[in-house]
Write a protein that binds this ligand. Structure first.
Ligand SMILES: Nc1ncnc2c1ncn2[C@@H]1O[C@H](COP(=O)(O)OP(=O)(O)O)[C@@H](O)[C@H]1O
Ligand SMILES: [Mg+2]
Length: 353
């Protein structure tokens, strides 16, 4: 337990009933289809699921960064201010509004999988971090440079004084990702959203970046939403876990509960596919059977039933599973698991509305 986790029940980001759809000529892709999640101060929420489950669409929706034809069509994204004050519903702000631009990079920062897609090739590292600082804080050029060096040191870039004047193409992938994290930290965000930030890195570099995230969340008290498709990564850094499948959260709970008592068949399948956590079988690594259905054509009833080893005909194909709450902080969407049903809105106090 760290000093911040003692008071960690403080919610900094509260996502309710979020729906983000891609409206194409002949179909509606329901990339995010009713997601409820909370990010707590000083804690890391890992969102995990196979590729195509809607993790990136959900994360980008928080900051209204979904690109057309995608659009947030329903739900709320409440950002809690420090101290007293009313939460702001980011989902109600226009994607190009002054209000949402003031939140981006300032209260809520984002780090993506591919640093090169977010970094400019023609500006030095220092100028790019400095730009983030000057937009939101009005520091002078000289102050911004000094602060950029401090930020690079904070993300453990060796030789920060030198790196600040270099260009992204002169750096390794791991160093670029550190630069991106330094930019994200520039304005002291309350929420950091990291979308597969280690997926493109080699194993050693990945381990170093995961250590860095653990330290940052401990030292700063930021709430972190960390997106990954890798249960091994979840085991390293999560406090809380949300398992996503086809646009919905099928199971969520504290990390210990997810690893030691997984309830949803999809969570179990994800764990079995990881050699360290699944029963070590001889020979081939088990994979989850079948593939994700076409997202424009979701199954009736339970979205996972077409791949579920436990699916019951006449039940799972006809009934949408309600959310059951088997224990504190746990929520499961499966017709085959018993437990008290969550009230329509949430099992927790509705204090944001
Ligand atoms: N620009 C787009 N146009 C149409 N569909 C999209 C677009 N971007 C994402 N999608 C669809 O939304 C679903 C969720 O994608 P995404 O959020 O990227 O998943 P993940 O991050 O979990 O891999 C996928 O089915 C994907 O095909
Ligand atoms: Mg993604």
């Amino acid at each position: 337990m760290t000093e911040h986790t003692d008071t960690a029940e403080e919610t900094v980001l509260d996502i309710r009933g979020l729906r983000t759809h891609f409206l194409t000529d002949d179909s509606v892709i329901r990339a995010v289809d009713g997601v409820d999640l909370r990010v707590h101060r000083g804690r890391t929420l890992c969102v995990v699921g196979e590729s195509g489950c809607g993790k990136s669409a959900m994360a980008r929706s928080v900051l209204q960064l979904v690109e057309p034809p995608g659009r947030v069509v329903d739900g709320h994204v409440f950002l809690r201010p420090d101290g007293a004050g009313e939460p702001v519903d980011l989902a109600a702000l226009g994607p190009t509004s002054r209000e949402i631009r003031a939140v981006r990079g300032n209260d809520v920062a984002m780090v993506f999988q591919e640093p090169m897609s977010s970094l400019s090739l023609v500006h030095t590292v220092g100028n790019q971090i400095g730009e983030a600082l000057r937009v939101h804080t009005g520091l002078s050029r000289k102050q911004a440079r000094a602060r950029s060096v401090e930020l690079l040191e904070r993300v453990r870039v060796p030789g920060a004084e030198r790196v600040v004047d270099s260009y992204p193409f002169q750096l390794s992938g791991g160093m670029r990702q550190r630069v991106m994290i330094a930019m994200a930290l520039a304005c002291g965000p309350r929420v950091l959203i990291a979308d597969e930030p280690t997926t493109a890195l080699d194993v050693t570099t990945q381990a170093q970046i995961l250590d860095l995230f653990a330290d940052l969340r401990r030292d700063s008290g930021m709430g972190v939403m960390f997106i990954t498709h890798d249960m091994g990564v979840v085991a390293e850094i999560a406090d809380e876990v949300a398992v996503m499948y086809l646009g919905t959260v099928v199971e969520q709970g504290p990390v210990d509960a997810i690893f030691h008592d997984p309830q949803h068949p999809y969570t179990r399948a994800l764990l079995e596919a990881v050699p360290r956590f699944g029963a070590a079988r001889k020979g081939r690594l088990p994979t989850i059977r079948g593939s994700i259905p076409d997202p424009g054509d979701q199954p009736s009833g339970c979205v996972f039933r077409t791949r579920c080893p436990e699916a019951v005909e006449g039940l799972c194909d006809t009934t949408v599973p309600p959310v059951t709450v088997p224990g504190p902080g746990r929520r499961i969407r499966c017709l085959l698991r018993e437990g008290p049903t969550a009230p329509a809105d949430s099992e927790e106090t509705v204090d944001a509305d």
